[in-house]
Design a protein around this ligand. Structure first.
Ligand SMILES: *Cc1c(COP(=O)(O)O)cnc(C)c1O
Ligand SMILES: [Zn+2]
Length: 432
């Protein structure tokens, strides 16, 4: 089991009244099912398995629930009845992320030979330009409910910016930790909101280990680490990607969905979200396939998938897809389970293929993805070429971040630099 550290050593503050967590009723262990009260805990006291949020979901008539969601705000808060947040969450100071575009990618589909409908879920449209705003928004509500005063995280880049911004808006202090060698765009985004940013000499996995130590130390008292001691709540934010995709497809499940894998949290919660929609009768119950995408330079889950292993052997990351550079992914084994159970796969692409895919998506659809989006588009192409993805089925590819944050990955620039004269332009040979 790849769960980091043990149970939080921070004394558990009394849980706020139930209403703070909406339909959520407990935390439950993903491994053994043991239930524990809603609190800032992340590992099962019995078996150290990861905890996740358990619900008593509304027994409403599906048509009624659908109408209620559709008349809600244009943000993840339209799904508040399915999330561990208070009913009045939309009126609180937060960044109201989500409800990003589902782009019907017909040009890309033609290029890749997809006939069943190809869509790009473009999460670069979030407030800090990555999907991380979704997960942080839920974690902030939990932090408030538990009385935490400092919001923190270990980050591969995007999370630090999302936490900084969300804390600023919520009026919380923030102190976030990143590896020292991140892209300038992510460092600036993480620092500009006025919280404290600390660069750690090491990889993300070193940063994460450091944060686990900090949680157990008096130095970290009163701190909510969104992806460590608030991880069960944080993870629920990724379900909203599944909800939105289905709603935007007209309350239909996609047949195939290609998801980037760093820690694996997002992929596992997209599966959870899809299963909830089926259980609630909001979509038809039929099979879907989930595919995981990694960069070859950090592909421990793809490796395990191809080798037929259940355990994920940690690696030392070396890739331009830094937002996905987690060498020891906490949810890796669950990603393997889901890919195998749904008939999907986990595949990886080289940095050269990532760059080519960023350019392909930009050229065909006008969407400028960060390297993680290059990974998903690249893997989609590779799996189509290999006959693993079925081109005749409805396929959704996630772009989880913005190309402006990973500018160094692409070498695009002016075709010519000329004097401002027609003669010079004519000489450059670009007319007509
Ligand atoms: C964090 C991140 C992911 C996925 O992270 P998980 O840890 O697997 O949930 C995907 N894309 C981008 C751009 C990210 O920043
Ligand atoms: Zn357990």
């Amino acid at each position: 089991m790849a769960v980091q550290a043990g149970v939080s050593a921070t004394p558990v503050p009394p849980a706020a009244p139930g209403a703070a967590f909406g339909p959520a009723v407990a935390l439950s262990c993903r491994e053994c099912g043991e239930r524990t009260p809603l609190g800032p805990a992340f590992a099962c006291a019995l078996c150290f398995g990861p905890l996740e949020v358990a619900y008593e979901l509304p027994a409403a008539d599906p048509g009624e629930l659908r109408r209620r969601i559709e008349s809600g705000p244009n943000s993840i808060w339209r799904y508040a009845p399915l999330l561990p947040v208070p009913a009045d969450v939309a009126g609180r100071p937060n960044l109201a992320p989500g409800f990003t575009k589902l782009v019907k990618a017909d040009n890309l589909a033609r290029e890749l030979g997809v006939t069943g409908g190809l869509y790009v879920k473009d999460d670069s449209g979030n407030p800090t330009h990555s999907f991380k705003d979704r997960v942080v928004a839920i974690a902030v509500e939990a932090a408030r409910a538990f009385g935490f005063t400092t919001l923190s995280c270990s980050s591969t880049g995007n999370l630090a910016g999302a936490v900084g911004a969300a804390a600023a808006r919520a009026g919380l202090r923030s102190c976030v930790f990143i590896p020292h060698d991140l892209e300038a765009g992510k460092v600036v985004m993480a620092a500009v909101y006025g919280g404290d940013l600390v660069a750690i000499e090491g990889t993300y996995d070193d940063v994460n280990r450091f944060c686990s130590e900090l949680i157990g130390d008096p130095l970290g008292e009163g701190w909510g680490f969104v992806n460590v001691n608030l991880r069960p709540y944080y993870g629920e934010g990724s379900k909203t990607l599944a909800y939105e995709i289905c709603e935007q497809l007209g309350w239909r499940l996609p047949d195939q969905i290609v998801v980037p894998v760093a820690s694996g949290s997002q992929l596992t919660k997209i599966d959870k979200g899809l299963r909830e929609l089926i259980a609630l009768g909001l979509v038809e119950d039929r099979p879907y396939r989930i595919f995981g995408a990694q960069a070859t330079g950090c592909s421990p889950v793809a490796r395990a998938f191809k080798d037929g292993h259940d355990v994920v052997r940690p690696v030392r990351p070396d890739t331009i897809a830094k937002s996905l550079a987690i060498g020891n992914p906490a949810d890796g084994p669950y990603v393997l389970d889901i890919a195998r159970r749904t008939g999907g796969a986990v595949e990886d692409v080289t940095d050269e293929q990532v760059v080519a895919a960023i350019e392909l998506l930009a050229r065909t659809e006008g969407v400028f993805a960060e390297t993680a989006g290059g990974v998903t588009v690249g893997v989609t192409k590779k799996l189509l070429d290999a006959g693993v993805l079925d081109p005749s089925l409805t396929t959704v590819v996630l772009n989880t971040g913005d190309g402006l944050k990973t500018l160094d990955a692409v070498a695009a620039g002016p075709r010519a630099t000329i004097r401002p004269s027609l003669d010079a332009f004519r000489a450059a040979g670009l007319a007509g």
